[in-house]
Design a protein around this ligand. Structure first.
Ligand code: GLU
Length: 495
């Protein structure tokens, strides 16, 4: 059975690249009726950040990239489920001890007592000589007695992998093909650190094997480490998994996607009101392409279409305008109640509506939401777009608008609007539209039609020259507010 995993370290916000890795693992497992695991790689105690695990679980849950095994959040606490646990590496220390002992006994690993100062010195010398810095093998040949004496004296140590001097390590990567490297070009990797914790390189191999992982789908930054992992599989006589290294996600400048160019964390995008479905759809196509040119995919469709052979070798540019386009598409498709629910928090934060309005003015809010729907790429834009509805005490200062309002016919239009609106019981978009048509008909002589009808009316009512459908705006504002707004601009029209 296919088993793959997402194995993040709890280091803060979830990068969109990490979510993509998780997603590809998820899609591949689902497509093949396999299992997708979530394992926490927390052996680097210095990188741990408070709240990181909760953040991670939340990002996966919200986006629907839900594991079959591993970590879950239940009623506010983190629980582990599955037959291959613990799924948190810091809870597996005794397991790593057992396997490191095996390597030590077989002479495939060794104690290293070199101090940081010595290692720095070695590295500096190598660098100065133009060599790739690596461990110089100083402790490779210590005798059993020397080792014991140092341990008894309480000297701190690490345990390193003892690579053979001239040995070819090879593996097949589903994206990059066959990769071969000679151990003479590799470093004697630290497997156990001074604090007794395993390094990532050691723990990842032990865990992937013990957890029955068949496919390792991860970012290309791990490719250089893979030969060391593969060699460890050899040491233990275990079958290596199928490796799948995903190319980096890139900025516009083709450098690795970084914070300097805008948001990169899943939380940032969700906070801005990008829809999880859109983010998933977008990330799926960032490094993988379907057989045809379909662009909009539900999760189920992605599962159906996903195929490792169509993962791209070259890095994919994170095209923010494409994400905006895609998100706008998903916003257009939302049922109105969801549209309102997504938009409301942003309008509340802007002070345009209150929590109580959600219940008290539900149908009206739905209309507001419908009005703004087509104007949004993401929901954080809602207050800006809604301004004309909620800030009625605008000043008209724009030259072009002022010039339009000075047209001869405008006072006539103004009076007609006030008269007709006053006579209406209430205003909805149909009656507003009919009313505007009537004005046009009755004032043919003054040429109040087309632009000369709609533009000044819009400016007088919203302060803006452009915006959503005017009749709908009128319905949302309602009779009283429309008359109040007209009254405010009276002196500008009738000077
Ligand atoms: N813990 C590694 C990370 O943070 C996982 C790498 C892997 O998937 O092997 O990305």
């Amino acid at each position: 059975m296919i088993r793959d995993r997402f194995a993040p370290s709890p280091t803060g916000n979830v990068h969109v690249g990490s979510l993509r890795t998780a997603l590809y693992n998820y899609l591949f497992a689902k497509k093949n009726n396999g299992k997708f695991l979530l394992r926490l790689e927390d052996t680097d105690r210095t990188r741990y950040e408070e709240g990181a695990v909760e953040n991670l679980l939340n990002a996966l849950m919200v986006t629907g990239v839900v594991p079959d095994e591993g970590l879950f959040e239940e009623e506010g606490s983190i629980v582990q489920k599955g037959d291959f646990g613990p799924y948190i590496q810091s809870e597996r220390l005794d397991i790593y001890q057992k396997y490191i002992k095996q390597l030590l006994d077989n002479g495939q690993a060794y104690y290293c007592f070199c101090s940081k100062e010595r290692l720095d010195e070695v590295r500096d010398k190598q660098k100065a000589a133009g060599e790739t810095p690596r461990y110089d093998g100083h402790c490779r040949h210590l005798t059993q007695e020397e080792i014991q004496a140092k341990i008894d004296a309480g000297e701190p140590y690490v345990i390193r992998l003892k690579l053979p001097v001239d040995h070819l390590v090879a593996f097949d990567d589903a994206v990059r093909g066959r990769i071969e490297i000679n151990t003479k070009d590799l470093d004697d990797q630290v497997l156990i650190k001074t604090d007794g914790f395993p390094t990532y390189h050691f723990a990842v191999v032990i865990d992937d094997h013990l957890m029955g992982i068949t496919h390792v789908i991860r970012g290309e930054e791990w490719l250089p480490s893979t030969p060391k992992h593969v060699y460890l599989y050899e040491c233990f006589g275990w079958e290596q998994p199928q490796y799948v290294h995903l190319s980096n996600i890139l900025n516009d400048d083709h450098k690795k996607l970084s914070k300097r160019q805008g948001d990169v964390s899943v939380g940032d995008f969700l906070k801005k009101g990008y829809l999880p479905e859109a983010l998933i759809n977008f990330l799926a196509l960032l490094g993988w392409s379907p057989e045809d040119d379909q662009e909009i995919f539900s999760m189920d469709e992605l599962i159906e279409a996903f195929d490792l052979s169509r993962i791209n070798k070259s890095g994919a540019v994170f095209d923010r305008s494409k994400l905006d386009w895609m998100n706008a598409h998903y916003i257009k498709e939302l049922p109105v109640e969801k549209l309102t629910a997504h938009m409301a928090p942003f309008l509340i934060e802007a002070g345009y509506i209150t929590e109580a309005d959600l219940e008290a003015r539900g149908p009206w809010l739905d209309k507001v939401a419908e009005l703004l729907r087509d104007r949004l790429s993401y929901f954080a834009q809602a207050p800006q777009e809604a301004k004309m509805l909620f800030e009625g005490d605008f000043e008209i200062t724009d030259e072009e608008s002022l010039a339009l309002l000075k047209e001869e016919a405008v006072p006539v239009l103004y009076d007609a609007l006030v008269e007709k609106l006053s006579a209406m019981d209430s205003v909805d978009s149909a009656s507003a539209q009919a009313m505007l048509k009537e004005i046009q008909k009755e004032h043919k002589a003054e040429k109040i039609k087309g632009k000369m009808l709609y533009m000044p009316t819009r400016i007088m009512l919203t302060g803006e020259m452009h915006g959503p459908d005017l009749a709908l705006i009128m319905e949302v504002l309602g009779k009283e507010e429309l008359l109040r707004r007209l009254d405010r601009v009276r002196s500008l029209i009738h000077q």
